[in-house]
Design a protein around this ligand. Structure first.
Ligand code: PBG
Length: 331
């Protein structure tokens, strides 16, 4: 039996700061964040991304510096995305398999700079490497083929693992890729390389600034609806997660983040596994636009949205605000 007013006054425990701290149900720490970073060619380069104000592409040396910054802030992991030079993009995305590509050079530079003090998560999908901007190989009709694409993704994942990646994160949404990658990692001496699958990834309008950052926006014709999920679907996300777990995913991701917190919660309740969410580029841009318009306070918006992921059941969040949020939390 629960008591009623006035015996019960829920405002009692909210009346003071110490009491609010004592009754707080969830905590957010720098260790809850994964920081996505964009790699560009050259040396000493910083290229601001207009649609992601405050986020830049960095050349490999700058990436190593960002990783050192993450370690100092207590952010345990970075996620890497390359802006492949135009002359290295092709219909088959072969640059993804080059052991000396931007991604692999960035992985090695981070490892040299930080040793084992930081986790390196690498995205597996072909869109930063293809001339057409799709995540896989396309046939004559422009359809993104599944099984042929998976074969390339396996080699891409191995290329990243050889360079020193800790977590392989397939973001392509092909069927069967987690199993294929897991087997290849086992057979090639990488039993401890993790797989965090983008299990429930939606065909979202929130990825625009990211596509600018990796240079695929202008190339992409059409959309990704034949492989990324329909935003109308929830049950299907659970099937995707179930499949990826059965195929060997160590953790799963829901993406985008805030508009899909119901999915995070359902996945967490049903599977009781580590769930991550990606607060994607368009979500970041929305917050920054709101701040620029005077509609809200950046620090409060950042911390409130990140806490929402923890409350929903996330183990962690990929967020472009990672370093800023960590600074706030460490202050
Ligand atoms: C590529 C990929 C995308 C994102 C992460 N990996 C874009 C897409 O699927 O088109 C989006 C991340 C963001 O918007 O911040 N497969």
């Amino acid at each position: 039996m629960s008591s009623t007013y006035p015996n019960l006054r829920l405002r009692r425990t909210r009346a003071t700061s110490w009491s609010r701290a004592l009754h707080r149900e969830n905590v957010l720490t720098p260790a809850d964040m994964i920081w996505p970073l964009f790699v560009t060619q050259g040396e000493g380069q910083e290229e601001p991304i207009a649609t992601l104000p405050g986020v830049s592409r960095w050349s490999v040396d700058g990436i190593a510096a960002r990783a050192r910054e993450a370690v100092a802030l207590g952010v345990p992991c970075v996620a890497l995305f390359p802006n492949t030079p135009a002359d290295k993009r092709s219909d088959d995305g072969a640059e993804a398999l080059n052991p000396d590509n931007l991604m692999c050079r960035a992985i090695k530079a981070i490892r040299d700079a930080c040793g084992e003090d930081i986790g390196i998560l690498t995205d597996v999908a072909l869109d930063p490497y293809t001339a057409h901007g799709q995540d896989g190989l396309i046939d004559e009709a422009g359809y993104v083929t599944n099984d042929d694409t998976v074969a390339v993704l396996v080699d891409q994942a191995l290329n990243q693992a050889e360079a020193g990646a800790d977590i392989i994160a397939p973001s392509d949404m092909m069927d069967g890729r987690v199993q294929a990658i897991r087997i290849a990692l086992e057979m090639n001496g990488h039993p401890n390389v993790q797989i965090m699958s983008y299990a429930a990834k939606y065909a979202s309008a929130f990825y625009g600034p990211f596509r600018d950052a990796v240079g695929s926006r202008g190339r992409l014709k059409g959309d990704k609806k034949t492989y990324q999920m329909d935003p109308a679907n929830g049950e299907e996300a659970l099937r995707e997660v179930e499949l990826d777990l059965a195929e060997g995913a160590d953790s799963v991701m829901v993406k985008p983040g805030l508009p899909y917190l119901d999915i995070v919660r359902r996945v967490k309740e049903q599977f009781e596994v580590p769930v991550f969410a990606y607060q994607v580029s368009g979500e970041y841009a929305m917050i920054e636009s709101a701040v620029a318009a005077g509609a809200g306070d950046r620090d409060a918006l950042v911390l409130e949205t990140l806490m929402a992921f923890k409350r929903a059941g996330c183990s962690g969040v990929l967020t472009y605000h990672a370093a800023h949020a960590a600074r706030l939390l460490n202050a």
